[in-house]
Write a new protein. Structure first.
Lengths: 222, 208
């Protein structure tokens, strides 16, 4: 029988001295400077090009994965990632250290992805998965997942991950954005709401609908 | 709490985003509802599977180089735009300074012109007779007048002041009247001062 209490996902510990509505955001400039990402961004604001390169190397893998899952295409994700960092540079003076850098960066990424999906010439074709199939064919036999207990479990895990990515790619853009943002870097619902420009209640509703759809589509794999 | 509401809270509960009151209500509901416990387990498995997906993807050197090149271009554009803005605004202070200088000059010239009343020229002529008459003939000490009034004052009087009419010898002392005969010979006037005391034969006009 399952436990009656709700298991919680691990999140970064919140500062108990910071009010709940301010948790996750550096409350003071001193606290902001202590955050290495914020310190890096402050250097970028001062025109330090090396700091920008460092910032790119630090954040781009996450941004690329996020945009790839969002737009469903490797090539398009690379274009959007470029745009994200160009926008970060152009609007670097608009960043305020009071909010987390990742919230600001993923807000830009989300907006650019949504713009990309809204383009009239774009047909919502998810080619990511076809491409992966092709890659797999060229790569030869799959290596077993080192984390898997048995080869069968490893194959099942890979299949689940693949199906999960397909299911996420099929979600409506807003639900997809909320779901992906809530999984990135432990963004709190408050940060997700800030990124999407909506309320926390709306985020909860989006996530509920997204999770219901995923559960339905992945019933055979979970 | 009913099953529908409990299910709506499940995602937030697994993510630790549920308030303590709602969390307690959900826990109480789950304690007595087997289908909701199964649903919660499925929600948890789904979210765990999502969390297990890699959150990062290797970035190629090509992508890094292309992005950094675009950023350098953006920086150069930004700099160029800042320079252009500076060049655009630079003539404005220069024009303002020039305008102010011209205005100051114009005001200065107009003020000077307005302060030169004609009667003073007449009054400043040497007066020989009594000091009383001299005192009466002299105008009031120069004061700043409105410009229209000053311009009116420049107009020569139609009649000489009564004091001067009564004493024509005052006119005779004017150098211009002493040299009146020389006015007939314009060319000579050009080269001769009115106070010139040289004999008239030396300053005879060449034509006439």
């Amino acid at each position: 029988m399952a436990s009656a209490t709700v298991p919680e996902r691990e999140r970064p510990p919140r500062d108990p001295l910071v009010p709940a509505d301010e948790a996750g955001a550096p409350a003071t400039p001193g606290a902001a400077a202590a955050d290495p990402d914020v310190a890096l961004m402050l250097r970028v604001q001062e025109g330090d090009q090396a700091a920008f390169q460092e910032l790119f190397r630090k954040l781009s893998p996450r941004v690329l994965q996020y945009t790839r899952r969002f737009v469903g295409s490797d090539a398009l994700a690379e274009e959007v990632t470029q745009d994200v960092f160009v926008q970060i540079f152009r609007f670097r003076h608009r960043y305020r250290p009071q909010s987390r850098l990742s919230t600001w960066v993923f807000t830009i990424a989300t907006n650019l992805c949504l713009n990309e999906l809204r383009r009239p010439e774009r047909h919502l074709r998810v080619d990511l998965w076809e491409r992966r199939d092709a890659e797999e064919r060229h790569e030869g036999p799959q290596l077993p997942d080192p984390d898997a207990v048995t080869p069968e479990a490893g194959a099942a895990g890979r299949e689940l991950a693949r199906q999960l990515e397909v299911a996420v790619g099929a979600l409506p853009p807003k639900q997809r954005a909320a779901l992906l943002l809530s999984r990135v870097d432990g963004l709190a619902y408050r940060d997700v709401a800030e990124s999407l420009g909506c309320t926390e209640g709306a985020v909860k509703a989006l996530l509920f609908r997204a999770t219901q759809t995923l559960k339905k589509n992945l019933r055979d794999f979970l | 709490m009913r099953c529908g509401r409990a299910q709506k809270h499940m995602t937030a509960a697994v993510d630790g985003e549920l308030g303590p009151r709602q969390r307690g209500a959900l826990d109480r509901h789950l304690a007595g509802c087997d289908p909701c416990r199964r649903e919660l387990a499925a929600t948890e498995r789904t979210l765990r599977a999502l969390d297990a997906l890699p959150m990062e993807r290797a970035v190629s050197d090509g992508l890094e180089q292309t992005t950094l090149r675009r950023v350098r271009l953006a920086a150069a554009e930004e700099e160029e735009r800042a320079h252009r803005r500076w060049r655009l605004w630079l003539p404005i202070p220069a024009f303002a300074v020039a305008t102010v200088a011209v205005l100051v000059l114009a005001v200065g010239i107009l003020t000077r012109t307005g302060e030169a009343p004609a009667p003073r020229a007449v009054a400043s002529a040497p007066l020989k007779p009594s000091a009383e008459r001299l005192a009466r003939a002299q105008p009031a000490p120069p004061t700043r007048r409105p410009r229209a009034e000053a311009r009116q004052a420049v107009e020569p009087p139609a009649e000489p002041p009564a004091e001067l009419a009564a004493a024509p010898d005052l006119f005779m002392n004017l150098p211009i009247l002493k040299n009146m005969e020389r006015l007939e010979h314009f060319e000579a006037i050009q080269t001769t001062t009115l106070d010139d005391e040289t004999p008239s034969g030396q300053a005879e006009p060449s034509s006439g």
